[in-house]
Write a protein that binds this ligand. Structure first.
Ligand code: MG
Length: 384
């Protein structure tokens, strides 16, 4: 659809001169005062943030440990009576944590920018304040998108011109476990149209047999997390998986075995998708040489702006696109879902794994992602 930016600006009252002020604090510092001040027309942009512990519904087990919580930073940008929400979900096996995020937020000085619509300029600046910190950068990016979408009065899928009826189903992930547990989890995932099965733990065929005994027809995605080390064995397994109705194979081999992965992709009857091999847009061309597609995650790529660019680049190269997420609240998952009408496959189940989601946003109905109509990233606060 076509939008007239001047109309947006008029609608949002943004044609008047505006200024930004940044305030870093340990919590959401007096957001009430901030909002009332902004209502008076001060038009100052204020960033606040708060640590938040996501509670998992079930114990989450990966190769190295088990956990029942995930550290998280909730971010808000207040401007002219509007609030943009953002989030950095920080699983412990990534280098960032709430302390590093706070340190990053404290380095930001947004007072130099006069207009929140200058998103490229603002986010380029945020990106260059410090290297790394991709998750913290993503939280600012998401909050700014939420704010600007609200100022415009449109959700991002609409601003980008996507058809919301084109959202895919999301997969639900089944972790490596004993056959009894795998079958139980597969039964519990009955409402999902697609499952993503974790392989690479030495019991691959047993895993698939267990899932197939409960869900004989359901499409399955497979994520090996770099667990296969020999390309010939990997290819044999992929041929076997094709017979079992698997759709694609994610990160079949370790990311440093580039030549082996390229050979595998060349010979594989199923598409290969990069996950650990890809972070930001700068690694898309490298992935193009060795994979059929990429898994885009907002936290890894610094947010919606770069995810959108990666999606377009991958598409122009003829690559497949999967979108994934961390265990996270509906904030960053709904932000990711705004791009989902344009992707091939979604693995956006992170918000369904927690019991204290502060927001309501994207829903799963009959297995399919349903985008909210609300402007911005489309979330509504339901819990403090
Ligand atoms: Mg993966």
């Amino acid at each position: 659809m076509t939008h007239n930016r001047r109309d947006f600006l008029k609608k949002a009252g943004l044609l008047a001169a505006s200024g930004f002020v940044f305030t870093g604090t340990d919590g959401f510092n007096q957001p009430g005062n901030t909002i009332s001040n902004n209502h008076k027309g001060s038009k100052k942009m204020e960033l606040t943030y708060q640590e938040y512990e996501l509670q998992l519904k079930h114990v989450f087990t990966i190769a190295k440990n088990s956990r029942t919580t995930t550290p998280d930073m909730q971010v808000r940008i207040h401007y002219n009576g509007y609030t943009g929400y953002g989030e950095a979900a920080m699983p412990p096996y990534y280098p960032e944590n709430p302390e590093s995020a706070k340190k990053f937020y404290e380095q930001l000085d947004l007072a130099q920018f006069k207009d929140p619509f200058e998103m490229e300029k603002i986010l380029d600046y945020v990106d260059h304040v410090a290297p790394g910190n991709n998750f913290a950068k993503a939280s600012i990016d998401i909050a700014l998108h939420d704010l600007v979408g609200k100022l415009m009065g449109y959700p991002w899928y609409q601003i980008w011109g996507y058809d919301k009826t084109k959202t895919p189903s999301t997969s639900f992930t089944i972790g490596i476990d004993e056959p009894k547990t795998v079958k139980k989890k597969t039964r519990e995932a009955d409402r999902f149209n697609v499952l993503k099965v974790k392989l690479g733990g030495g019991n691959d065929k047993e895993m698939i047999h267990s899932v197939r005994s409960v869900a004989p027809e359901k499409p399955l995605y497979v994520d090996v997390n770099g667990g296969w080390k020999d390309k010939h064995e990997a290819l044999d397994m992929i041929h076997w998986l094709k017979e079992k109705g698997i759709v694609f194979v994610e990160q079949p081999m370790p990311k440093d075995q580039t030549d082996d992965i390229a050979w595998l992709t060349e010979n594989s009857p199923l598409p290969t998708i990069a996950d650990e091999s890809i972070q930001r847009i700068s690694s898309v061309m490298d992935a193009y040489k060795v994979y059929d597609g990429i898994n885009i995650k907002l936290m890894k790529c610094t947010g919606m702006r770069e995810a959108h660019k990666m999606l377009n680049l991958a598409r122009s190269l003829g690559m497949k696109v999967l979108m994934g997420c961390m265990v996270a609240s509906s904030c960053s998952v709904t932000a990711a879902a705004q791009l989902s009408p344009a992707i091939d496959w979604a693995d956006l189940d992170g918000n369904l794994l927690i019991s204290n989601d502060p927001y309501e946003g994207v829903k799963v109905v009959d297995g399919k992602l349903i985008l909210p109509e609300r402007p911005g990233i489309g979330i509504r606060k339901i819990r403090d």
